[in-house]
Ligand binder design. Structure first.
Ligand code: CUA
Length: 357
């Protein structure tokens, strides 16, 4: 059955939507709305923000969404009402009433949105000013993105780590940059997402409001390892944070002097330089899955490459990760460990891995 709007067909045409079509449209519409609401309310990264800045951003977002939804409902309501109320009667072939604007109405529908936009602009500006304001006792953390890992440096303590730790309730000022291509630093649950660009520093304040471990994601396509460029933000009470930072300082001092326990030092370096993020190793409590597991590496590293000792193989794999690729793994390991680690640290790490039999 075809339908035309030609004058001949008009009087005999069936309604444009038959009742089955109407029903299908309603079912699809309602399903889409329900699915949207379920996805929006159950996705863990969209539930309650875990930083005070994030909470303000959420409030602002909800306000925008609320106003937009209200306007949508009002406009669609009028539209639906008009479609039903002013529908042409079946035999009515006459013209509609001539309408020529309505000055009062036009003033109202220009002035009201203008006021809403001005209000939202002022409110947005206040939120932005508020989340950018430094708080007393602020702690600086320098964040560097590189293909394909995040590095965190605490200038106050002269400590470098592969995992972000922040004390609960104390504001952290993140100074974000990149050592190579563009990345984007993203902690979804804290509602912070900032570009990390070489030669530039972007900043963000975060004041964590809930203890926990939150994923850090790279949100800018930066190469083959983009999807695995992840870390985590650990939010802990101030005393726990102090214990952690002191353990990092202690480890660094041990690394500088003659190490008392080479195994403890190796384990420390393994976690400090982020090996743990990608390489599973029971001795270091590491569960990473991005790269090959290193349990027992000391026992099988000899003659992986013919004629090369286990020590040479491990050392080369650290300073030049692309030299020998293990089948089924992507070449995504940062290539600059030779520059970032001291010679003594590399030696200590190699010795530690050799001990893993
Ligand atoms: Cu770094 Cu994507």
């Amino acid at each position: 059955m075809t339908r035309h709007n030609s004058p001949n067909a008009a009087s005999s045409a069936a309604p444009v939507f038959d009742s089955a079509g109407k029903l299908a449209a309603i079912i699809i519409g309602v399903t889409a709305v329900v699915a949207g609401v379920v996805m929006g309310t159950t996705n863990p990264i969209l539930r309650g923000a875990t930083s005070s800045q994030g909470a303000q951003i959420d409030t602002l977002f909800s306000l925008f969404l609320g106003i937009a939804s209200a306007i949508f409902v009002i406009v669609q309501g009028f539209l639906l009402f008009s479609i039903i109320r002013f529908a042409r009667a079946p035999e009515d072939e006459g013209d509609g009433a001539p309408l020529r604007g309505n000055t009062k109405l036009e003033i109202v529908w220009t002035a009201v949105p203008a006021l809403i936009v001005v209000f939202l602009a002022i409110y947005s500006y206040r939120v932005l000013a508020d989340i950018d304001r430094p708080a007393a006792g602020q702690m600086v953390v320098e964040v560097t993105g590189r293909q394909y890992a995040w590095e965190f440096y605490y200038p106050e303590y002269d400590v470098k780590t592969a995992e972000l730790h922040i004390p609960l309730g104390r504001q952290a000022l993140l100074k974000i940059t990149s050592a190579d291509v563009n990345h984007a630093f993203w902690i979804p649950q804290m509602r912070i997402k900032k570009d990390a660009m070489g030669g530039k520093i972007t900043t963000a304040n975060i004041t964590a409001t809930e203890p926990g471990v939150y994923p850090i994601v790279c949100a800018e396509l930066c190469g083959a390892g983009h999807a695995v460029m992840r870390s985590q933000a650990v939010v802990e009470a101030e005393p726990t944070f102090q214990t952690w930072i002191q353990s990092q300082i202690g480890a660094k001092q041990r690394a500088a002097g003659a190490p008392a326990d080479p195994k403890a030092l190796g384990r420390q370096l393994y976690n400090q330089y982020g090996c743990n993020a990608c390489h599973k190793l029971a001795d270091a409590g590491a569960v990473g899955l991005v790269g090959p597991a290193l349990d027992g590496i000391g026992g099988r590293a000899a003659n992986v490459v013919p004629g090369q000792s286990a020590e040479e193989y491990i050392r080369t794999s650290i300073v030049k990760p692309t030299a020998y690729l293990v089948p089924n793994y992507q070449p995504v390991m940062p290539g600059d460990y030779g520059q970032r680690m001291s010679e003594a640290e590399i030696t200590a790490l190699v010795q530690y891995l050799l001990e893993q039999k």
